[in-house]
Design a protein around this ligand. Structure first.
Ligand code: NAD
Length: 511
């Protein structure tokens, strides 16, 4: 890798992440920067340029200029770039994961899992020629043929969150560009380095100049993307208040928008569940990646007090052995939270839970990781006897805080889930097929697991929640993304037969 290692440092002392516009790493000109921190040490590791209107407009102009030739490039040729990108990402996986861990904090092997799931989206994008095949009907009328084809939209954009800095962007731009669009990515300002590196790999894979641009920034950059009429569609993943803002603003400006938001995923544990396996699954789902996953399980609903008591006992024992420390040490189960402010906020929620009357069974607030005293660490926390009126139950905490709620029946547990404002993921632990089928049929949630705690769809299905976890109609990646990033056009065709036909004034029918 030639230029990829050089992320555009402007001074020898401060690593500066700039923009990737028109195939080049371009220094920021706005004069505004945000610090990037290593969450395990609490030290600033660099800064990221925050784009202004001119910089975003330069990226849009580049994407617009690249569009006509890219749209006319055969899908099989576009897919070949994806094949090469997949190989390059696999060859450079360790470097990508090191960048993720340095800026996000997650444990390296968790970063590897994230990257693998991201690469699977690139693999799916390799199928573009098959995915973009239209629908054809011969003889829809006498000597008349009709077909539907899927045409790209033009310049489209993606705005992504901090918690999956490699994977979530890979949900978006590979599919958008193999469908023939050109793309502007606005990654999270907290951990942008891996995105910049992957953009360099895409260039090395042969992606033409301007097809993918990356602008770093904050609300100022996002608002340009939402208002510029050259942008035809917006994919967003992040918190619900911002998702709603993006959806409403983008729609008001005539754009196609899909905006994925926050979550509060519940798992139900039935009295007949394999409790030991359920507990192992819940540990990973609640505390993996420090709870900073939109598919994490922060709520367990125990059906029956016997199950509730047994669960609490087993979770408490597991938490006593869970290892927390820097993500560079793969023997750790959990790394730090993303920022000092977020760490304070999560600890504040634990304080609040105690005030609200929940029973704090395991308190991780005072954890200190030796040698990393300034890192944003918190130990796993476990609450029992949580009730639906508590803020620790209603709010997305996005930290390693697991709330156990007690219910008397499956129906009561399901009513809780259905009443919650979010509907991203959920799971039931049971050995009862009838209960599982009733649950999957009726629960008002977009992604449902049966003895699978993180039912994140594979790349050839699509990802999305219900209720206030998704604004828009089409889910992310998979088959829905072909529809999201293309417009259907239906052509009806007949060639003159040479026989003179008289005018028909009635509505055309097939008689
Ligand atoms: P966030 O909403 O703060 O930021 C997401 C993106 O929006 C970032 O690129 C950020 O720069 C931008 N942004 C922030 N404030 C903005 C504003 N006022 N106007 C315009 N743009 C703005 O989210 P985050 O903290 O980076 O990520 C965590 C959140 O993302 C959690 O709520 C989590 O549940 C959610 N998430 C959801 C999914 C999903 O698929 N549903 C997946 C991952 C994360």
């Amino acid at each position: 890798m030639s230029k990829a290692a050089d992320l555009g440092a402007q001074s020898p002392d401060v690593k500066t992440i700039n923009h990737y516009i028109n195939g080049e790493t371009v220094a920021g000109i706005s004069g505004r920067y945000a610090d990037i921190y290593n969450p395990a040490t609490g030290k600033a590791s660099g800064r990221v340029a925050l784009a202004n209107i001119q910089e975003v407009e330069a990226a849009i102009a580049s994407a617009e200029a690249a569009y006509p030739a890219w749209r006319d490039t055969p899908p099989a040729k576009r897919a070949q770039v994806m094949f090469r990108l997949k190989v390059l990402m696999e060859q450079n996986a360790e470097k990508i994961c090191a960048l993720i861990t340095d800026e996000h904090g997650k444990v390296l092997n968790d970063a590897m899992g994230e990257l693998q799931r991201g690469i699977e989206n690139v693999e799916y994008a390799c199928g573009a020629p098959e995915l973009l095949k239209g629908e054809h009907s011969k003889n829809v009328g006498p000597a008349i043929d009709s077909w539907s084809e899927f045409q790209p939209l033009g310049v489209v954009t993606g705005i992504t969150p901090f918690n999956f800095p490699a994977m979530v962007p890979l949900w978006m731009w590979p599919m958008a560009i193999v469908c023939g669009n050109t793309f502007i990515l606005k990654p999270s300002e907290r951990d942008p380095s891996c995105v910049m590196y992957i953009a360099e790999l895409a260039r090395e894979a042969g992606l033409p100049t301007g097809v993918l641009n990356v602008v770093n920034g904050d609300k100022e950059a996002v608002d340009v993307l939402l208002s510029d009429e050259r942008i035809k569609a917006v994919s967003f993943v992040g918190s619900t208040p911002i998702a709603e803002y993006i959806y409403q603003t983008g729609n008001a400006n005539g754009k196609r928008v899909q905006a994925l938001g926050g979550a509060k995923n519940h798992a139900i544990v039935m009295p007949d569940a394999d409790l030991d396996n359920a507990v192992s699954a819940l540990m990973g789902a609640a505390y993996g990646s420090c709870g900073e996953r939109c598919m994490a399980i922060p709520v367990v609903v125990a059906v029956g007090n016997e199950v509730g008591d047994a669960l609490i006992g087993k979770l408490k024992a597991e938490l006593a052995t869970m290892k927390v420390g820097p993500g560079t040490d793969v023997s750790n189960d959990m790394g730090p939270l993303i920022t000092k402010e977020h760490c304070k906020k999560v600890k504040g929620y634990v304080d609040l839970g105690v005030e609200e009357g929940a029973e704090l069974v395991v308190d991780g607030r005072n954890l200190v990781v030796s040698g990393h005293e300034e890192g944003y660490f918190i130990g796993g926390c476990l609450f029992d006897k949580v009730t639906p009126d508590m803020k620790i139950y209603t709010d997305e905490i996005f930290g390693p805080v697991l709330c156990v709620v007690r219910a008397e029946s499956l129906q009561q547990a399901m009513d809780l889930i259905d009443a919650h404002e979010y509907g991203n993921g959920t799971c039931i632990f049971t050995r009862d097929g009838e209960a599982a089928r009733y649950f999957t049929d009726n629960i008002k949630v977009g992604m449902v697991g049966v003895n699978v705690p993180l039912p994140v769809p594979v790349s050839y299905h699509s990802f999305g929640g219900w209720k206030r976890s998704l604004f828009g109609d089409l889910h992310a990646y998979g088959p829905d993304s072909v529809r999201f990033y293309t417009k259907r056009k239906t052509i009806t065709q007949r060639w003159p037969s040479g026989v003179r036909e008289s005018a028909v004034f009635t509505f055309p029918i097939n008689d």
